[in-house]
Write a protein that binds this ligand. Structure first.
Ligand code: SAM
Length: 283
């Protein structure tokens, strides 16, 4: 009962904070329900089930396969394809990588092997035992990723980060707070990865979908979020955000050509309009 009252309180609090946004979210609920129905009943005409992990060359996967003894690495196997897809461009470069969730230290070794000698790794864990994994190329911070003061201290001590991998406590609140504290600090061109977003109606997945709304917003000029954020990607249990290499200053539609049909104008200042005097008014 207490749980339901708390949920109701959270709903009312959101509604009171920004009633307009709240109503717009409520308006999308039928679409979300349709998508749930469609995806749960989904039947595909594509190929039959094959390998989970891409057979394409992937040094991370090879490292993991060959890592039979020593410091433990704990990853879902389909993650290796996602890592390599988004992180390959940092290989061999001077790169600062933060992994939240050190556990037995093996993944820090994997990242160092992948990114190379110029990389520096920052590991965060709530367990003091993880201090043991510090070295000349690994800086360990002990703290709670859900604590905003911890991140303020981290930002004081670390000048910049190119890659953030959240493999910590996997609680939606922890994931949200970590993103809010660290995404604005990620360097341009950086990549933010959040692992283990498990289950339908996950609160962090819902939060990330809320970010997609801002990415799609129509403004005279890109909002600060649109200017900085290149894309948001969803995979099973995994979300990735990529930043633009250089923050963008416009999102503009383009039409090339001189001949246009009169029946379709999407925007009032559509260049096609000029070639069609008194065209059929748009709906
Ligand atoms: C899944 S393990 C990390 C696995 C490791 N990255 C690997 O690939 O082998 C999760 C780690 O997150 C740490 N952790 C749990 N809650 C945390 C929190 N609130 N803040 C920071 N670390 C946390 C745990 O102590 C544990 O070491």
């Amino acid at each position: 009962m207490k749980k339901y009252l708390n949920r109701l309180y959270q709903l009312l609090k959101s509604a009171a904070k920004d009633p307009r946004v709240f109503l717009r979210v409520v308006n999308t609920v039928p679409s979300i329900c349709s998508a749930c129905g469609f995806s749960r009943a989904y039947k595909d005409s594509g190929r039959e089930t094959g390998e989970t992990v891409s057979p394409a060359a992937n040094p991370l996967w090879e490292y993991f396969q060959n890592h039979k003894v020593g410091r433990g690495i704990w990853k879902w196997e389909h993650y290796f394809d996602i890592y390599h897809r988004h992180l390959a461009r940092f290989v061999g470069r001077k790169v600062d990588v933060l992994e939240i969730g050190i556990y037995s230290g093996g993944s820090l070794g994997m990242w160092r092997s992948y990114f190379g000698e110029q990389s520096h790794l920052y590991g965060v864990d709530i367990e003091g035992a993880c201090r043991a994994y510090a070295s000349d190329h690994v800086t360990v911070f002990i703290g709670d990723q859900a604590n905003r003061a911890f991140w303020a201290d981290f930002r004081e001590k670390v000048e910049g980060i190119d890659v953030i991998i959240d493999d910590g406590g996997h609680d939606p609140e922890q994931q949200r707070i970590t993103l809010e504290e660290m995404l604005p600090r990620l360097r341009s061109g950086g990549v933010y990865l959040c692992e283990d977003v498990h289950g339908r109606f996950h609160k962090f997945a819902a939060y990330a979908t809320g970010l997609v709304n801002e990415l799609n917003s129509m403004n005279p000029a890109p909002s600060p979020f649109q200017s900085a954020i290149h894309s948001i990607h969803f995979y099973p249990f995994f979300m990735v955000i990529e930043k633009h290499d250089v923050p963008i200053s416009r999102l503009s539609p383009c039409k090339h050509g001189t001949e246009w049909q009169p029946f379709y104008h999407w925007l009032p200042n559509d260049p096609g309009r000029k070639t069609v005097p008194e065209a059929t008014p748009p709906p």
